[in-house]
Design a protein around this ligand. Structure first.
Ligand code: FAD
Length: 428
């Protein structure tokens, strides 16, 4: 029977980060990945915020396949027949060390896996883990391809619909409330066309988020990120809302309608779809996180629930990288003590508490509840759209004073609703 120091389930960012850290300290780590290669099954909108994790992986980033540094941010509120957009750019986004980059996971994860192997980590692709092996109540291995593989510690990095933490009793079976579904297309475009269409230079990129009618008022939104020679266009919508509100239609139809909108169609015109994927995203936030350690096992990345949707940012990749890294560090600590029970692995929880990861999850613990307010995705986009329509209208006859137009759309009852909703938003 094969025995390793550490078995990592899943070669996404969490798993590769754990393996990179372990291999760097001479610990024998094997990553088991069900996909044909690392990155084959991984879907992300594709925006990686580097600042929080840059220093955790010294020497890793030089030469990384980062697509474009994001120097232009945009957001659009979409009503049924009109929309309102703002853009933001600034010298801070063009700094020497830009805060975020677009990435393509099929490229990035494959490259990261090669770096892990260079450090001595082992990656076994096409290997599905189906169960855990226990001895005296402690997890001590996995079942893969019918074989038992043993290890001192298992790090579960098997992503959002993870079986492993569930089998280890670290989390209950998933509830629709805690998940969204994302659909994404990568559309190839000439780099010069991207520069012109999105007002960026070579190596520079734009990120744009969309909310409103595109999800038929349900919690969620759209995104568009520019890559080196493609754009990533996608839509995310709450699974629970989608199941409840059948009239909204299914996620692929919402995505097609989004893509056909007059605000979007010209941005992808002439492009060729080279990738189409759908994936689930954990959105339950702090209250839905898994228990992070058990006897002989730790959970990191989406598998622990580490993804956060704040409406204007969707973050999961840097939480996956950081939690994988801290899980590996905890195993290295436990190794020194020669014990791998939950108490010996508890430094993982402590490191996450000290880091941006659990700080962020605590800071934004009310985000999901606050953002689930249907006004944000239905009423306000229509309100702002109608206000813009009337402000910009020049009728055949005389035009109303601006104040009259504002009061027409913002009567006292409306201002009161806005105030109450704004008060809720102060909780995130
Ligand atoms: C549409 C969409 C848009 C998003 N946008 C962003 C964004 O812009 N920025 C951001 O930071 N985050 C974003 N996220 C979230 C982010 O992609 C995830 O949080 C992140 O990929 C999690 O990484 P991970 O390593 O935990 O999981 P994954 O990348 O999902 O990796 C899990 C791996 O485990 C493997 N696996 C699963 N089960 C088994 C098994 N039993 N045996 C062997 N292998 C197994 C899978 O094949 C996979 O390779 C988005 C997600 C989606 C779906």
């Amino acid at each position: 029977m094969e025995k390793f120091d550490v078995i990592i389930v899943g070669a996404g960012l969490a798993g590769l980060a754990a393996a990179w850290t372990l291999a760097g300290e001479g610990v024998e780590a094997v990553v088991l990945e069900r996909g044909d290669y690392p990155g084959a099954k991984n879907v992300s909108g594709g925006r990686l915020y580097l600042n929080p994790v840059r220093d955790l992986f010294p020497g890793l980033w030089d030469g990384a396949p980062l697509e474009r540094a994001i120097v232009r941010e945009g957001a659009t509120l979409m009503a049924r027949n009109r929309s309102f957009t703002f853009h933001y750019t600034g010298s801070e986004l063009r700094a020497d060390r830009p805060q975020s980059y677009s990435v393509l996971r099929s490229k990035f994860d494959r490259w990261f896996a090669e770096r892990v192997e260079e450090r001595g980590g082992m990656i076994l692709a096409k290997t599905l883990v189906t169960d855990l092996v226990r001895e005296n109540g402690r997890v001590c291995g996995v079942v893969a391809g019918g074989d038992e593989l043993r290890a001192d510690a298992i790090i579960a990095c098997d992503g959002v619909l993870s079986l492993i933490p569930e089998k280890a009793g670290l989390r209950p079976p998933g509830r629709p409330h805690d998940y969204a579904v994302g659909i994404k297309e990568v559309i190839r475009l000439d780099p010069a066309v991207i520069n012109d269409r999105f007002g960026v230079g070579d190596g520079e990129g734009a990120a744009h988020l969309y909310a409103g009618d595109i999800t038929k008022g349900l919690f969620g939104g759209g995104f568009l990120y520019t890559n080196a020679d493609s754009v990533s266009l996608g839509l995310v919508v709450s699974i629970e809302d989608l199941a409840k509100e059948e009239a909204a239609g299914d996620a692929p139809s919402l995505f097609e309608a989004f893509k056909a909108r007059p605000e979007i169609a010209p941005l992808v015109r002439g492009g060729q779809t080279v990738e189409y994927g759908a994936h689930v995203i954990p959105e339950g936030g702090y209250r839905s996180l898994a228990r992070l350690v058990g006897d002989g096992i730790l959970a990191a990345g989406d598998s622990a629930g580490f993804a956060l949707n704040l409406g204007f940012t969707v973050r999961g990749m840097e939480y996956a990288l950081a939690s994988g890294h801290y899980a590996a560090k905890a195993v290295i600590e436990a190794r020194k003590a020669g014990r791998y029970d939950a108490a010996a692995l508890a430094s993982y929880q402590a490191s996450l508490e000290d880091s941006f990861v659990l700080h962020d999850f605590k800071t934004f613990k009310d985000a999901q509840r606050v953002l689930a307010n249907p006004h944000l995705f239905g009423h306000y986009p229509e309100l702002i759209g109608n206000l813009m329509r009337d402000l910009y209208a020049v009728p055949a006859g005389p035009k109303s004073p601006v104040f009259t137009t504002l009061r027409k759309h913002l009567p006292l009852s409306e201002l009161w609703t806005i105030l109450l909703d704004a008060k809720e938003v102060t909780k995130i």
